[in-house]
Design a protein around this ligand. Structure first.
Ligand SMILES: O=C(O)CCC(=O)C(=O)O
Length: 388
């Protein structure tokens, strides 16, 4: 097994920062518990997502939905992700897997697998991704026998995993997407973060959005959100942290925040702590990031984001997840077929659930029946991601 929830043999720590980091993790967890933004997905008498959930999400910029993915579905996801790891390139740039077979993604044009030095910060203080990660994170020292590079992220995940596709069509999560972004919500992108203990890279503090910051119409929801589904759960040590409320601050001077803090430990940030099967929703405008994973616990996050249609329709954007382009109605429709296929794939596997009725494809469901024959048509689907 390449995937394991716990690695008791790991002994890495934050070196000179260890004591300060330990205190910070505990204090952050206590601040998070006080926020009142976690619990199961609930509905009101009219079948709408409960108003207090939406209020807490809009107030803090995130919410932890508890118990969304049951044990059987998690086992499906784990099996699929194990298979992806087995077939992933053996090293950065390799075209074969660890057994010398043609690697997954070798025929993809879109960038698929991402690598970092173990416990490194590949983005902080660089111009990568439009320079949206302005401050470097502390990089702890990895074990002497750690590999030179570790894979920490793959994108376009729906083309590689039926289980990820079925999760993408989860009716409760899509109900939340419709409640937050409107019933005609659109996709953003999908990926899987794998942060192995003693190796997992940090993601420097950032806000995701790159467009619209100067728009008079900017509000706390302009750049959409990501769902972050947890296979094994996540802790203060290996999870994503958020500065509560920062999605409402417009473009934040993150470099100044870090300078004022005197370290990468932003004083108001809190961790999104999850049990296995919990799914966090995280506003893309919120200041967020994650520390190098020196803990003994693996974090596997199945990420998928959604936008308001008016935030992407007719917009010229790209450059981070996809090439710069105008997001026409045709492109949005073509990219949204993944939602239609996901809903059908889920309906076949979980016939007792009521599928989400995705408004933009109402009446066209028969044209989007999922079967293994459709899978090859998904290759490189993420070239049409809708990054803003
Ligand atoms: O999972 C992580 O560590 C970072 C995720 C993130 O920053 C994002 O999805 O925008």
């Amino acid at each position: 097994m390449l995937l394991r929830a716990h690695h008791p043999e790991v002994t890495t720590d934050y070196g000179s920062e260890q004591a300060a980091m330990q205190a910070y993790l505990e204090q952050g967890a206590a601040r998070a518990r006080a926020l009142g933004n976690r619990g199961p997905i609930r509905y009101d008498a009219e079948g709408e997502v409960a108003a207090d959930i939406l209020e807490a999400y809009r107030r803090t910029g995130f919410y932890v939905f508890e118990g969304v993915i049951g044990a059987a579905e998690r086992a499906d996801l784990e099996r699929d992700l194990e298979a992806v790891l087995e077939r992933a390139p053996a090293a950065e740039g390799a075209t074969v897997d660890r057994d010398g077979r043609p690697a997954l993604g070798r025929d993809c044009t879109a960038p698929t697998f991402f690598w970092s030095r173990p416990l490194g910060d590949p983005f902080g203080g660089t111009d990568i991704a439009n320079g949206r990660h302005p401050a470097k994170m502390y990089e702890p020292r990895a074990a002497a026998d750690a590999p030179d590079k570790v894979m920490y992220l793959f994108l376009g995940s729906l083309q590689f995993s039926d289980a990820c596709l079925r999760l993408y069509g989860h009716p409760d999560l899509l109900a939340v997407a419709a409640a937050v972004n409107g019933p005609d919500f659109t996709p953003f992108n999908e990926g899987v973060w794998i942060k192995n203990p003693g190796q997992g890279a940090s993601v420097a503090w950032h806000q995701d959005g790159v467009t619209h910051w100067d728009s008079p119409e900017l509000d706390g929801g302009t750049h959409g959100f990501n769902f972050m589904a947890q296979l094994y759960g996540c802790t203060p040590a290996n999870g994503v942290w958020v500065v509560p409320g920062s999605h409402e601050w417009g473009k934040v001077d993150i470099k100044a925040l870090v300078a004022a803090a005197g370290s990468d430990r932003l004083p108001d940030a809190v961790p999104m702590v999850c049990a296995p099967g919990d799914v966090a929703i995280c506003n893309r405008q919120a200041v967020h990031g994650s520390f190098a994973n020196t803990s003994r616990d693996t974090r596997v996050t199945i990420n998928f984001g959604f936008h308001r249609r008016r935030s992407v329709l007719g917009v010229v954007a790209g450059g981070v997840h996809n090439a710069v382009a105008t997001y026409t109605a045709e492109r949005i429709h073509e990219r949204s077929r993944l939602i239609a296929y996901a809903i059908d794939a889920r309906r076949q596997r979980y016939p007792h659930e009521t599928p989400h009725a995705y408004a933009p494809f109402a009446g066209a469901e028969d044209a989007y029946r999922w079967s293994p024959a459709v899978r090859p048509t998904l290759r490189d689907y993420n070239l049409l991601d809708l990054s803003i």
